[in-house]
Design a protein around this ligand. Sequence first.
Ligand SMILES: *[C@@H]1O[C@H](CO)[C@@H](O)[C@H](O)[C@H]1NC(C)=O
Length: 603
Amino acid sequence: MKMVHLFLALWLQLLGYGWAGMFRKYLVDSPHMWWPSNLIQVSLFRALHEKEKRLNGGKTRLQFFAIVCVSSFAYYVLPGYLFPSISTVSFICWIWKDSITAQQVGSGLNGLGIGSFGLDWSTVAGFLGSPLATPLFAILSTMAGFSMMVYIILPIAYWQNAFESRRFPMFSQETYDGAGQVYNVTRIMNERGFDLDVVGYDGYSKLYLSAVFAIGLGFGFAALMAAITHVALFDGKSIWEHWKKTTGEKNDRSIDVHTRIMRRNYEVVPRWWFMATMIIPFALSFLAIEGFGKQLQLPWWALIMACAFAFAFTLPAGIILATTNQYIAQMIWTDVIVDLLIGYIYPGKPLANVVFKSYSSVSMFQALDFLSDFKLGHYMKIPPKSMFLVQIAGTLVGSAAQFATAWALISNIDNICDIEKLPVGSPWTCPGYDYFYSTSILWGVIGPHRVLDNGVYSILKWFFLIGALAPFAIWLLARRFPNKKWIESVHVPIIFSGAYGILPARPVHYLSWAAVGIFFNYYVYRKYKGWWARHTYILSAALDAGVAFMAVMIYFTLQSKNVYGPVWWGLEADDHCPLAKCPTVPGIFVDGCPAFHITLNHF
Ligand SMILES: *[C@@H]1O[C@H](CO)[C@@H](O)[C@H](O)[C@H]1NC(C)=O
């Protein structure tokens, strides 16, 4: 096992906890920073731990949880082992078995997904989070972005052959060369230094993306800019006021009841505990990066830059999260800006790119999680010192265990993540990591300069401008028609990030997620409000738990011993639309696809 990887994982997780302590006063003690997502957890804990009287023969919430959890556990044998095809049903492809176009329209995984659905909780909640815990307006905004992307922009761009995209699958998160084959990264990498071989690159091909990948990146840029303008226009004033009140708190009277109880009963965590959790992991990271023969490619100044960057962004991201529950700004900030930044300043080094990205985003996420958990402890009256120690211990054990698991999987499973070579019925397809890998090739090896400044994709830069301006349009409309309240709830950043999230999620995930979410948060919410309020969050947690237990059980009892389900049509974890991934221009030849005959004279 390579120590450098384990060290990196451990120090990375701890680093952010250190500076979380610096922001405690502002983000935890202040009553104005109320962390909405914590309230859901508080209600779940109360349901599971408080004594409850049965209402005239009905069930307690704990009984409800148990029943749903066991049912979900039992059902997951089907999608998880015997019948994985049930996770993506795309019946248009069953009808038109020979038509590329029909399969591109009907495929739930590699096409527009019309009429596709999945009878599997992991299809519903695996990529986009639980729809039951997502407010209706956010579901509708996300679906507006999805529909705009998948039903308007993507078909037009694809069938007009924008970015030469008809040479490639319409939906794919892989990277391609000009001949329509998967990009052969070996040909552009120096073996010795593991960096870009410019001569090799010039002699090979530009890097191409599928239509959905390219446009999705554009929407990532747009969503980032839109988040900034939107927050400034719509939430700026209230965030600023909360902030002024938070920093202006001098006397005890403005402190809320939670803070007063906490201060009376418990000792606060001393500042040096936090200092130590910041300085020790930083020093060790420094050693990990400079030592080990500099395998990680990242120079020391970039490590400092990554940390400084994450530190500076923790407070604004924390204020937005704690007052509006918007994760988007920070997600896209780290996904897009960090990639571009290190890609511009230090191109051609894929590992440096990934390490920089991890340091500047994971540490910030950890800081925010830590603060959020402190606030949960604040609401639930947990002594802060115990909270701190338990979190640190949990993080160390958790990341070591996760690391060991990941390592064991990588070393024991042949062809892990290579869908073509895995046995049928194998669960190890890794959609999220695939996407991470492709973006690290795109921004880390080839670099944003080659892609955005003189590549096929330079037009994507305009999405920054579109994103920055779009919220203005809504803001102006809202001022023009002040009595139409719904205009203000049009949330441009969520719309754009709905379009951006299309990879690695796929249309079938969006459609199933939205169907369940709208059913519960519109229909059930309207008609059976009492039931909804009592059960929805618990339902979601119970379904998750059932799926997770069964997945682990199947793995340890069967799949880890290479015992897969009986071979039949339904064992493929696929939507049975083989032609949806085919190119649609002449001259490109891909295995398993019909060749287009050259009919045009000038070709
Ligand atoms: C990629 O390129 C390398 C070096 O030219 C070659 O050895 C290898 O076979 C290629 N791989 C594929 C899949 O074409």
